[in-house]
Design a protein around this ligand. Structure first.
Ligand code: COA
Length: 177
């Protein structure tokens, strides 16, 4: 079983964030954007996942009263399909509840089936579409949202994902959040 440490991102982590960001997105956010998020946005929460001392993934959200909006999520390409993305999303949804959010929302490219599958396994469902939302290729964004975060349905779904992450055939991940 591999050990995964999850903790809030700091400005010191932004070099490693930039490496994963560039490997993960066609239009990466500059480190300055993350620095602003971490230092001046009171609504923002960003977390990272470390394995053997290396940052392997990160994600973040904005807490907007009763809604948490997932702003980003990425896992290093060599570390995908091990449950790191799910472990990060589990923690982000916990943080959403702690912050008083009723539901969580996000935007995802229509072509990004990998991410959509992960979000669907957490109960996110499509509720709308932003036409030609992405400047780089004019692609649409799907808007997805969870059921009520405190509903028994949602809590059971997250418990099932947590079990799946821990019991994966490749040995599973032990998370320390
Ligand atoms: C989306 C992303 C964060 C997922 O991270 P990950 O660590 O690989 O996710 P997990 O291992 O927890 O996968 C959870 C589930 O998502 C689905 N999934 C993830 N990657 C998939 C893929 N390439 N193809 C099909 N399904 C996939 C599967 O259902 C998977 O469960 P399984 O492995 O038991 O079948 C990662 O692929 C990534 O960084 N992509 C580039 C950046 C990005 O698209 N971010 C999201 C922006 S909205």
């Amino acid at each position: 079983m591999s050990s995964l440490l999850i903790r809030p991102l700091t400005v010191e982590d932004l070099g490693e964030v930039a490496t994963i960001e560039k490997l993960s997105f066609p239009s990466p956010w500059p480190s300055s954007a993350y620095a602003t998020e971490l230092t001046t946005n009171r609504l923002a929460r960003y977390i990272g996942a470390w394995s053997s001392g290396d940052l392997v993934g990160f994600g973040g959200l904005w807490l907007m009263v009763d809604e948490a909006h997932i702003t980003t999520m990425a896992v290093h390409p060599t570390q995908r399909r091990r449950g790191v993305g799910s472990a990060l999303l589990l923690e982000l949804l916990q943080e959403s509840r702690r912050g008083g959010a009723r539901v969580a929302t996000l935007d995802v490219r229509v072509s990004n089936l990998a991410a959509q599958r992960m979000y669907a396994s957490f109960g996110f469902a499509e509720v709308g579409r932003r036409i030609r939302y992405y400047d780089d290729n004019g692609e649409d964004a799907l808007v997805m949202t969870t059921p009520e975060l405190e509903s028994s349905e949602q809590l059971a779904r997250e418990a099932a994902v947590r079990l799946h992450v821990h019991n994966r055939s490749d040995g599973g991940l032990q998370t320390h959040a």
